[in-house]
Design a protein around this ligand. Structure first.
Ligand SMILES: Nc1ncnc2c1ncn2[C@@H]1O[C@H](COP(=O)(O)OP(=O)(O)OP(=O)(O)O)[C@@H](O)[C@H]1O
Ligand SMILES: [Mg+2]
Length: 196
């Protein structure tokens, strides 16, 4: 089974690419979704995060908006949070790969925003980076609830620059145009991977 790492900066269109892979019957591990579930009511990460950031704890869940406001302003706190979440994501990723292996899948995709930053790329046979021009990315992200210019700038500053990710990746998807163009690139990569 080929393990494909999918990454890219905030809001460039990773989830959209993941959706197209799923449409091609490729299983996709969604690291963001896994983290959301961990921090939701009764989730695996609630207790440990609440110990370190008690103010974000409410009703046995973590208020992710409040948590984001804290950690994206403070690199040390972000590192502290990542130290808790990272091993839990790793565990979930292993379970996902075992399941895909059991289903005799030829390709499995790991959609992980910090694929390069956190060493997840090491387990991948190939990596794909999704990119979009900064103004398109900003436009897509600013449409979201709870987002503002300051927060967007802080998140961008905490991530590896797009140009560096492009140098590290085996495939680049340019998602600055419409979804049809993006999805065409996904299908071309899928064909190339099937031929390997
Ligand atoms: N190629 C595209 N053309 C037009 N709109 C797109 C395209 N790709 C994504 N979008 C839109 O841009 C927004 C962000 O896309 P998406 O959620 O896929 O990004 P993401 O990289 O997964 O973001 P995040 O880093 O927050 O996980 C969504 O509203 C989505 O519908
Ligand atoms: Mg996403």
């Amino acid at each position: 089974m080929l393990i494909i790492g999918l990454t890219g900066s905030i809001g460039v269109g990773k989830t959209n690419v993941a959706k197209e892979f799923r449409a091609l019957h490729v299983p996709v591990f969604d690291a963001d979704r896994v983290v959301h579930k961990m921090l939701a009511k009764g989730g695996e990460g609630v207790k440990r995060v609440a110990e370190i950031f008690p103010v974000v704890h409410a009703n046995n869940a973590i208020d992710r908006k409040k948590l984001g406001d804290i950690v994206f302003k403070d690199k040390k706190k972000l590192q502290l949070l990542e130290k808790i979440l990272h091993p839990l994501v790793r565990k979930a990723e292993k379970r996902f790969l075992q399941k895909a292996q059991g289903q005799k899948k030829k390709i499995a995709v790991l959609d992980i925003p910090l694929l390069f930053e956190k060493g997840f790329a090491k387990v991948c046979d190939y990596t794909i980076v999704v990119v979009a021009p900064h103004f398109v990315q900003k436009h897509r992200v600013m449409r979201r609830r709870h987002m503002n210019h300051e927060k967007f700038t802080q998140i961008i500053a905490s991530q590896m620059p797009q140009a560096k990710k492009m140098r590290l990746a085996d495939f680049v998807i340019r998602a600055g145009l419409d979804k049809r163009s993006t999805n065409r690139q996904v299908r071309a990569i899928y064909s190339a991977l099937c031929a390997k």
